[in-house]
Design a protein around this ligand. Sequence first.
Ligand code: HEC
Ligand code: HEC
Length: 231
Amino acid sequence: MTSNSFYSFNLILVTFLAFATATAQVAANEYDPENGEAINEVCAGCHGEFGQGGSDGEYPRLAGMPAAFIARQLHLFRDRKRPNMAMIEYVDERQMPDADIQDIATFLSRITLKTKLSPANESDPAFDAYARLLESKQVMQIPRAEGDQERGGKLFRKECDSCHGKLGEGDHTKAVPMLTGQYTDYLWRQVEKYRNTIRIHDPDAPEDQLLSEFSDTELQDIFAYLSVLDD
Ligand code: HEC
Ligand code: HEC
């Protein structure tokens, strides 16, 4: 190969690779971030503009949740398989076609929230109170839950982390939610729903009543452990 033809061969290869990558991206994922952002304006009324949740877990945190999990819950709400009175008017077929579910799920899953505010000096003349307020809304700090963190950690590693992830971050390849950074009160409300079969914990084994096999004290210890994982 002469050096000239070597270069033109490389050029063709590079062009081909760029083309192949672009096509693959469009085919695998037609995510429309602008649509995701527009839908989020509706969700923000309750879940916060950064998906941070609020009112001590009345509204769960959605930011950073695996997209597959968010999408699955929206389908369950829409099909009335998971009751959610608060969201009923936002999730019918007309309001929430499948493409919208995908866009909002991806949009929310890509928001990362810090778990600590950066240090600031309020008496500094350069201190910007508005910027500080905005920053504080993008921080997710769960108050420490009562319980034996050490015992909870052991239980979590034995019984929960195979699905929910080593750090309780959820599983982005499956519809398994993040538990770290979620409000403790919210997690408790969901435990009650699983125990009363209003929700199904493991779609692959719907008969399994995993959370009924644990005492309240054991779950309290697990939630105490999760509440400090993000410190
Ligand atoms: C009027 C208030 C309200 C609005 C608006 C709202 N939600 Fe919710 N959402 C809730 C409440 C309340 C819950 C908790 C229900 C429960 O306790 O099971 C919830 C739960 C969820 C969950 C389940 C999370 C989990 O970890 O189990 C998802 C996902 C969700 N909402 C997504 C959305 C999206 C996306 C939008 C915008 C299209 C939205 N919500 C708009 C009130 C609202
Ligand atoms: C076999 C896998 C698996 C194991 C093990 C597991 N989970 Fe889950 N968990 C899931 C899946 C999947 C979901 C979502 C189910 C749904 O769609 O409602 C979930 C949901 C939850 C939720 C609701 C969170 C939310 O945002 O709605 C809580 C709370 C929870 N799990 C606690 C636990 C605890 C505590 C343990 C250990 C004792 C545990 N899980 C073990 C798979 C698992």
